[in-house]
Design a binder for this molecule. Structure first.
Ligand SMILES: NC(=O)c1ccc[n+]([C@@H]2O[C@H](COP(=O)([O-])OP(=O)(O)OC[C@H]3O[C@@H](n4cnc5c(N)ncnc54)[C@H](O)[C@@H]3O)[C@@H](O)[C@H]2O)c1
Length: 339
């Protein structure tokens, strides 16, 4: 018996929305049935090229009966509100990262989707990389012993033209700053390995190198639920940019990542770096937002379609994605209290 492909409504046809549309076209158990963009020219042009229905209003698309799920590729600060509209119409929700920048709204979205039995996932693609999964499995199964130190350093570059390219970029409510936008992948990765951030000892955020409302420079000292302590540094002022680095030190093991590549991994006195799949040497968007591999996106999008079809949790659940949003919330609160 053939199964009808999942009917996707892509919301936001900008840079990443167009990349998603390309990926969806390669996934056989899903098809794009509608697109929505606040900019009517963008919505109409994309709908024409795909031969599907255009919308400028998400509520109208959600009520149209044309789609089973939304794929939110809109500015970060509207993800949860848009997810709520979709879920209230009984639609499954895939959101670009972060799930939102407002923790209360993100929590409400997770609760609503769980309550209604709807699939909610988020494009946190590092969780799909095989090397990252090998290290995570070792840590989660206790091979590193007690975690002592878990740190992330994201020292990237964005020029002023990037922030000037759209009104939402660099704004506090729609984008968040460097930690919410560029840093979220490393923050999510760190929380995946070390557990949720439960306390922020110190945080400092400032705008030092760009004309923008939110921070482009941030340092935080945090504690994780696992008991580990860590430093998180993020900036878009580093030119030329460095890789995004993650370092994990446990009582019996250690690991380090340069962007998504595992560069150090071992425990119990054994160097296990050779056991890690090196296919993860990917570009990570250090200097340009869209200079990224779409392989992780492909994995997340196709997993989402399969999760809906098979009535199973997706590889990255809404609750998984919420952890980094809660961490953002704690860090930003601490930074504003100390300024
Ligand atoms: N996972 C990744 O690696 C990755 C990479 C790039 C961007 N992103 C995320 O994707 C999202 C979008 O980023 P982008 O670079 O594509 O932005 P963009 O500005 O290029 O595109 C956003 C699009 O959304 C439309 N839009 C804005 N508000 C809307 C609304 N309320 N309803 C419908 N459409 C609306 C805009 O007209 C625009 O076409 C952000 O959350 C960003 O963090 C993720």
């Amino acid at each position: 018996m053939s199964i009808e492909p999942l009917r996707i409504g892509v919301v936001g046809c900008g840079a990443i929305g167009q990349a998603h549309i390309g990926v969806w076209s390669e996934i056989s158990d899903a098809r794009i049935a509608a697109v929505c963009d606040a900019n009517p020219e963008q919505a109409n042009a994309m709908a024409r090229s795909l031969g599907c229905a255009p919308f400028t209003d998400l509520k109208a698309m959600a009520a149209s009966g044309l789609i089973d799920a939304v794929d939110l590729c809109t500015p970060s600060g509207v993800h949860a509100d848009q997810g709520m509209i979709a879920a209230e119409h009984g639609l499954h929700v895939l959101s670009e990262k972060p799930l939102d920048i407002n923790a209360e709204k993100a929590r409400a979205l997770v609760a609503l989707c769980e309550d209604r039995g709807l699939t909610l996932s988020c494009v946190l693609q590092r969780r799909t990389y095989s090397g990252a999964r090998t290290v995570a499995n070792a840590i989660h199964s206790g091979e590193f012993g007690e975690l002592l130190s878990c740190c992330a350093y994201i020292k990237w570059w964005r020029d002023q033209a990037y922030y000037d390219s759209s009104r939402w970029r660099g704004s506090i409510t729609l984008d968040g700053g460097v930690l919410a936008n560029q840093g979220i992948h490393a923050l999510d990765h760190l929380c995946w390995l070390a557990g949720p951030v439960i306390h922020v000892d110190h945080a400092y955020a400032a705008t030092v190198g760009h004309q923008m409302e939110a921070e482009d420079f941030l340092i935080a000292v945090v504690r994780f639920a696992s008991g580990a302590r860590g430093v998180i540094e993020a900036t878009t002022c580093c030119n030329p940019p460095l890789c995004s680095r993650i370092e994990v030190v446990g009582a019996r093991g250690s690991a380090a990542f340069d962007d998504a590549r595992v560069v150090q991994f071992g425990y119990g006195g054994e160097d296990l770096i050779r056991t890690v799949d090196e296919a993860d040497a990917r570009l990570g968007g250090r200097a340009e937002a869209m200079a990224i591999s779409m392989e992780g996106h492909r994995a997340i999008l196709s997993d989402f379609a399969a999760a809906v079809r098979d009535h199973r949790p997706p590889a990255v659940t809404g609750r998984d994605a919420l952890v980094a949003v809660e961490a953002l919330d704690l860090i930003y609160r601490a930074a504003s209290a100390s300024s």
